[in-house]
Design a protein around this ligand. Structure first.
Ligand code: SF4
Length: 414
């Protein structure tokens, strides 16, 4: 099989993995004439948007889509009737360098089905990264998928070469994982996430320690670890998903949890839904995740026993504000940063600008547009020097109607 056909199969097989945004790593380039590549932004093959908003491009492939495991939700499972392919280590190295030189990519995202054993597979993945870094002095971004059952020494070596490591938790509930991916061991996944956290903490501490004549601290995945959860392959609620995410962030200091809407696969098991979940559900989960990481919300404020699923028609912050109207209207000229972050339509940058502006002058309604705040969304919840919402508006059961997308008549299709 030629490399082009392998690329077609193995890039397609990797498309289900969403956890490939490259962010937060150290800055490297090759302007000194040594090495190849950089971690500077660029355009290329697989576009992802990092949390800081920049667009990054990665060659996103599997080393092989053959796999010993039979995870029912996965197109690469052993019982799947798809064409199989396998790259050699040298082929992946050459492809990465060729694509980089042609300015198609700024890095590599490499995952693999599990062949022979966890250690054998991890070793192949590590060999690619080692060759790129040591033989070719590649300074671009490398994200390696980690096999949880692999030996510690291999994981340590992976962290030496990779910017980011990830282990997919796959499903939020252990019972679903046992049913849909019986060979996966949730304890091994969590144990390895814990090992990664320890190594990341050690590397960070060593980096922060006062410089001395000691050798530089060992490098270990400076962009941290991430994971992915599949949404809609099982009956897990958004409450269960967000509680799992909160636990993962807290226990393992993950940089990101990625949510990937389940997409039905050929010859699927009867245990799987026939239809994918609405894509907007994935979007709402990302918004809720953002609220937990950057806006001071706890998971149980966003979803609870009475609201186990996120509303699809409005964003989670607005949904929270509508459930907690007793906290509004909020005086923008006096409120704390934490309170301002909870106002619908107020982003983090807008809050910073509000705080900077109100030091000199009280904010008025006209200032909202200048601060890029959506007026119609924010005004019912705030007090400004020339604006106070009518009390009956905030109390009205119909307030939510203002925010629902307008119904549109469908066309006739001709
Ligand atoms: S181990 Fe990974 S590649 Fe193999 S079937 Fe499971 S999810 Fe798919």
């Amino acid at each position: 099989m030629d490399v082009e056909r392998k690329l077609e199969i193995l890039a397609d097989a990797a498309k289900y993995d969403a956890s490939c945004a490259s962010s937060g790593t150290e800055k490297r380039d090759s302007r000194d004439g040594k090495g190849l590549g950089s971690t500077a932004p660029g355009m290329g093959i697989c576009h992802s948007y990092a949390p800081d908003g920049r667009c990054i491009s990665l060659l996103k492939i599997l080393l092989t889509n053959a796999c010993n495991y039979d995870c029912l939700y996965c197109v690469n499972r052993t019982s799947s009737n798809v064409p199989r392919a396998r790259f050699t280590v040298d082929e992946v190295v050459k492809l990465t360098l060729d694509f980089y030189r042609r300015n198609y990519i700024e890095g590599l995202f490499l995952s693999s089905g599990i062949i022979r054993s966890a250690n054998y597979t991890m070793e192949q993945v590590v060999r690619v990264a080692r060759s790129l870094r040591e033989d070719h002095h590649f300074r671009g971004y490398i994200h390696l998928k980690t096999i949880p059952e692999a030996d510690d020494a291999l994981i340590t070596e992976a962290g030496k070469y990779a910017d980011r490591l990830s282990i997919n938790i796959e499903l939020p509930e252990a019972t679903s994982l046992a049913k849909l991916a019986p060979e996966k061991d949730v304890r091994a996944i969590r144990r390895t996430m814990g090992r990664l956290r320890l190594k990341l903490d050690e590397a960070n501490e060593a980096r922060r320690a006062p410089s001395s004549r000691q050798a530089r601290p060992p490098r270990f995945a400076p962009a941290g670890q991430s994971t992915q959860m599949i949404v809609g392959a099982d009956a897990a609620t958004d409450q269960s998903i967000l509680n799992t995410s909160a636990n993962l962030y807290g226990s393992y200091n993950l940089k990101r949890v990625y949510y990937s809407a389940f997409s039905p696969i050929p010859d699927a098991s009867r245990h799987l839904p026939l239809k994918p979940p609405p894509l907007v559900r994935e979007h709402r989960l990302y918004q809720a995740d953002w609220l937990m990481r950057f806006y001071g919300f706890a998971a149980d404020e966003i979803v609870d026993e009475a609201n186990t699923m996120l509303a699809l028609e409005i964003d989670p912050k607005l949904a929270w504000a509508l459930r907690h109207r007793e906290r509004f209207p909020l005086d923008v000229n006096r409120a704390s940063r934490e309170e301002l972050l909870r106002v619908p339509g107020f982003g983090r940058k807008a809050v910073d600008r509000i705080i900077a502006t109100r030091r000199h002058a009280a904010l008025r309604a006209a200032d909202l547009s200048r601060l890029h705040i959506p007026r119609s969304k924010a005004l019912p919840f705030i007090v400004l020097s020339d604006h106070r919402p009518a009390p009956q508006l905030l109390d009205s059961a119909r307030l939510i109607e203002r925010f629902r997308p307008r119904a549109e008549q469908l066309g006739f299709g001709f």
